[in-house]
Design a protein around this ligand. Structure first.
Ligand SMILES: C[S@@+](CC[C@H](N)C(=O)[O-])C[C@H]1O[C@@H](n2cnc3c(N)ncnc32)[C@H](O)[C@@H]1O
Length: 422
């Protein structure tokens, strides 16, 4: 019998060693296995810090030799199944012992067998030792630069909460959902685990999935009707759709042809393609004789703010990623100003928690570009997220809906609205 978990072990190794996102592999998994695959991987990433720091050290005293390091990935998946999922214990042990035999030797298989059986015997003690810590060491290093222990603990709490499904509705559309709540910021929030394909009016193209924090960026802009907007890092197009829906003429640029194809499919489904031009280009090489009224830079970033939906990030991102992305963002900002009309506006956005990619990036930009100033953002419902400078700094815990804790939280984002003075 084919043991698909052997393939999962290899996928886990790839994600953790080469920074490839989980979403990349989801498409390669047969439909019948997708839902289990998803649950197994999301739970593994959420529980991996506990498994690494609390469970494994109790049963393994010596470091696993590097030529047998595949055993680490076998342990992360098998222990997740034993402690947190409903797979029968014997099935977990049998399949991962077989995998250890396949990837190592009979000693490796015996070792996995012994460790898993010991863990099983102490299951309730182990679970009682869980201290709700989820962030990996490198991820903590990024956060410690910018946040207090208390703030980090509050963020960490959101790893264990399944994120809600947020929807942006077209301006002219009537809300087709009988369930969910309308957030003060305008997004519609549905329960976590709502199945998108089963929602009403999907084929009518009147709504799209977009995190409530992501939706705030374009809502920071006023009077978009008839304006020319350059959307410099546009795919898959959530913000492009908002710009078009507000009546702007949008040039959507992205470096990835594949992601632009998704953008076009999305915009066509929403019947918003009329005022859209799509260009596949590196933002740093994009040129245009016409200058734009507004430039949206939804910059490539460490994506640390999306850890709730993409928990692999809490084990794969390092300070080095943040520094590298911040350098690219600075170049894109400098490129953008040569494409901006007099008195034009820049909306700079990242889904990063790191201030190097947010507050610090824009503070530095303003120091070296004195012809720009901040336009303070004041969207209804965002009072707790405004900084004294006029930026929006959104953390999962600052996006709280009173009395509805299970419906609270949002991705981490930074949004700055800048105006050229002359
Ligand atoms: C945060 S995502 C954009 C999300 C999008 N604005 C939305 O709302 O759906 C960043 C995008 O930047 C693109 N990108 C990365 N490096 C780029 C570059 N040098 N030039 C242009 N696009 C780039 C990526 O392909 C990715 O689609």
């Amino acid at each position: 019998m084919k043991n698909e978990r052997a393939e999962y072990v290899e996928i886990l190794q790839k994600i953790l060693t080469s920074n490839v996102p989980l979403s990349f592999f989801k498409d390669t998994i047969p439909d019948g296995q997708k839902s289990f695959f998803n649950m197994l991987f999301l739970t593994t990433f959420r529980q991996m810090t506990f498994i690494k720091n609390t469970v494994l050290p109790r049963f393994i005293q010596k470091k696993i030799p590097s030529k047998q390091k595949i055993l680490n990935y076998i342990f992360y998946l098998s222990i997740t199944e034993l402690l947190f999922l409903n797979t029968p214990d014997y099935a977990v042990i049998n399949s991962y012992v077989d995998i250890a035999k396949k990837f190592t030797d009979k000693f490796g298989a015996n070792f996995v067998n012994a460790v898993l059986r010991n863990i099983l015997r102490q299951k309730s003690d182990l679970l009682a030792a869980h201290r709700n810590t989820y962030f990996g060491a490198e991820f903590l290093k990024i956060l410690k630069n910018d946040y207090s222990k208390d703030e980090i603990k509050q963020m960490e709490h959101f790893v264990s909460i399944e994120p809600a499904l947020d929807i942006t509705l077209k301006k002219s559309a009537k809300n087709p959902f009988s369930q969910g709540i309308i957030l003060p910021t305008g997004s519609i929030r549905l329960e976590a685990n709502t199945k998108v394909a089963e929602l009403p009016a999907y084929n009518d193209g009147i709504w799209w999935v977009q995190d409530a924090a992501a939706a705030l960026a374009v809502r920071s802009l006023n009077n978009l009707h008839g304006k020319s907007v350059l959307d410099l890092c546009a795919a898959p197009g959530g913000k492009t759709a908002q710009l078009l829906d507000e009546g702007a003429f949008v040039t959507a640029v992205d470096i990835s042809q594949e992601r632009l194809e998704t953008l076009e499919t999305n915009i066509n489904r929403l019947h918003l393609a009329e005022r859209l031009t799509v260009v596949c280009s590196d933002a740093l090489n994009f040129n245009s004789s016409k200058k734009f009224d507004i430039i949206l830079i939804d910059a490539p970033c460490s994506a640390t703010g999306t850890f709730r939906r993409h928990p692999e990030i809490i084990h794969t991102k390092s300070l080095q990623d943040v520094i590298q992305q911040a350098e690219l963002q600075k170049k894109i900002l400098n490129r953008a100003i040569s494409l901006l009309a007099p008195k034009g506006e820049i909306l700079y956005v990242t889904c990063s928690l790191a201030k190097l990619e947010g507050e610090k990036q824009i503070d530095d930009f303003l120091k070296s570009h004195t012809d720009f100033e901040i336009k303070p953002i004041s969207i209804f419902g965002t009072e707790k997220m405004r900084t004294k400078e006029g930026y929006l700094r959104i953390l999962p815990q600052t996006f709280v809906i009173d009395g509805q804790t299970n419906l609270s939280g949002a991705d981490g984002f930074f949004i700055a609205h800048l105006q050229r003075k002359i």
